[in-house]
Ligand binder design. Sequence first.
Ligand SMILES: [Zn+2]
Ligand SMILES: [Zn+2]
Length: 154
Amino acid sequence: MMQLPKSRRRQKLREKKCQYPGCGKVFYGIHISKYCAEHRQDQYRIRKRVRPMDVTRDNVILPHTYTDVTVAVMHCKLQGCDNQFEVKMYPRQFIYPKYCPEHRNEYKRIRHLQRIGREDLIEQMKSESADVELEYGGADVAAGDTDEDMIDAA
Ligand SMILES: [Zn+2]
Ligand SMILES: [Zn+2]
């Protein structure tokens, strides 16, 4: 096991396999790490950067088969937030808010994490957005699919 400065993080490092195509190198990282030190470098990221990032940063992709507008109750994905909120799900629209109305803004999420003493999750939240970007890199997500008017329409 590697030694970590104890004060900073509660995250455990574990053995991970780099998911960069063709790499597969084993390294130690927190559970959301996907790439070895080399493939975490910006040059590799930029190569894979795709547009859905802005979409998935604050939203989740929820594949569903509703054929009518359906109201679903969602739980805020922010650690330590128990808020639930209603979301109108539309046929063929699969992108929905990830956080309760209170936490749709990143600044407020960071404030919340600081308040509950989980500063360690702030970095994670930020890198998570980057990871999602890669995960859904191939997804056919058009910017038009997140028409805010549609989401907000009562
Ligand atoms: Zn690698
Ligand atoms: Zn919340």
